[in-house]
Write a protein that binds this ligand. Structure first.
Ligand code: SAH
Length: 372
């Protein structure tokens, strides 16, 4: 035996073809890859020695010649409203964050697709990190796996939203591979309609998603239905026009049961004017989209405050007048810095330093925020 200088191939995150490619050199036939696939993702058994549908010698071989390493939870914070933010340690180094959001009738996992983000939206904490790297399919799927186990949620009985760190359509190949594993009946068996990909609005990516083998729901972070206002908050709007974006969203929704969503995080005095409410109504009609108004989750590190309740209601009224379905998403997990787009906070402050004040072990975090 030589001491392995090269790390063992990590089987976690490989799809069927990837497993065949990794297992063939070890002398395993293709049907064994199917067994390994089901063991890892359907049964959630990560120790090859426990794969009892295989001969003992094969189990031994797999446990010495390969590794099955999902991301592991290293810490978590429970917010007053029951939202739990997890920090996961990635086997290849680094950390990523994911949030479990329980509601009366469902559980939602908000997951990350990248470490950092390249798009520089001015109201988003992740943007402050800049782009660090893409997550692999295993690092994406592994967040769901870890949160399922940690929250004791039955497989298939939860939603997954790509609204954590990163721009999923910038990492579309790995995101599609992760979606393929999440929806595979031999793996997580999640219905495609339980998965939502949220994007800054990359047109080519939206079209690619539309043509994918498994098509999830689409949400576009519109923020403002005015080119200039949008560009002042989202640099991507300098190269993507609202006309093109509306057309792409309309194409995506065409012939589908699920209507795409425009997400609009309302910022006090910035994008909450009556004019913008009317423009939003127009654009949503053109794009055949519904609208989700998001309550901004403020942080001292960003110069924005949430729009007033009156403004929120005004937007809802205008949308209703135009026949557009409008809903409000209340910010969840405020005291745990768990809002989508706020996941970068711990990244920056963890590991010592005066700012590192959040508990690393499960305990109710302090604070007096009334969470709705
Ligand atoms: N890059 C993707 C996914 C990550 S952001 C996208 O842009 O859609 C997911 C959502 O969180 C976006 O709609 C964004 O507007 C919102 N968001 C960002 N920061 C927020 C904050 N502090 N409070 C509330 N929502 C926020």
């Amino acid at each position: 035996m030589t001491t392995a200088a090269v790390p063992l191939p990590n089987l976690y995150g490989l799809d069927r073809e990837g497993l065949i490619a990794a297992l063939t050199p070890l002398g395993l036939e293709a049907y064994r890859a199917k067994q390994v696939f089901a063991q890892i993702y359907r049964r959630g058994v990560h120790d090859p020695q426990a794969w009892t549908d295989m001969p003992a010698a094969m189990r031994q071989l797999l446990s010495t010649q390969s590794a099955v390493e999902p991301p592991r939870i290293s810490s978590f914070v429970v917010a007053l409203d029951g939202t739990i933010k997890y920090v996961l340690e990635l086997p290849s180094g680094g950390q990523v964050e994911a949030v479990a959001i329980p509601a009366e009738d469902r559980m939602t996992f908000c997951i990350s697709s990248q470490v950092g983000c390249a798009y520089g939206c001015t109201f988003c904490m992740t943007a402050k990190l800049g782009f660090i790297r893409h997550l692999s399919p295993g690092e994406i799927v592994g967040q769901v796996d870890a949160l399922l186990a940690a929250t004791n949620t039955p497989r298939g009985q939860h939603n997954v939203v790509f609204m954590g760190m990163g721009e999923p359509l910038h990492n579309i190949e790995n995101v599609l591979q992760a979606i393929a594993i999440l929806t595979d009946d031999d793996a997580f068996a999640l219905g495609p309609r339980r998965i939502t990909v949220s994007t800054v609005g990359l047109i080519a990516g939206i079209d690619r998603l539309r043509a994918a083998a498994v098509v999830p729901r689409l949400a576009v972070s519109l923020v403002a239905a005015d080119q200039e206002v949008r560009a002042s908050l989202m640099p991507i709007a300098r190269s993507v026009t609202l006309d093109d974006l509306a057309a792409a969203v309309r194409r995506f929704g065409d012939g589908k049961r699920d209507v795409p969503t425009f997400e609009v995080v309302l910022l006090d005095g910035v994008n909450d004017s009556p004019r913008l409410a009317h423009q939003l109504g127009d654009l949503a009609v053109r794009a055949r989209a519904k609208v989700n108004l998001i309550e901004f989750n403020p942080t001292p590190l960003l110069p924005y405050l949430p729009a007033s309740e009156e403004r929120m209601n005004f937007f809802l009224k205008i949308l209703k007048q135009r026949g557009v379905v409008g809903t409000v998403r209340r910010s969840r997990g405020k005291d745990a810095f768990a809002a989508c787009g706020q996941l970068a906070f711990l990244q920056k402050t963890e590991g010592g330093g005066a700012e590192s004040s959040l508990p690393l072990r499960p305990e109710r975090s302090g604070g007096t925020n009334a969470l709705s």
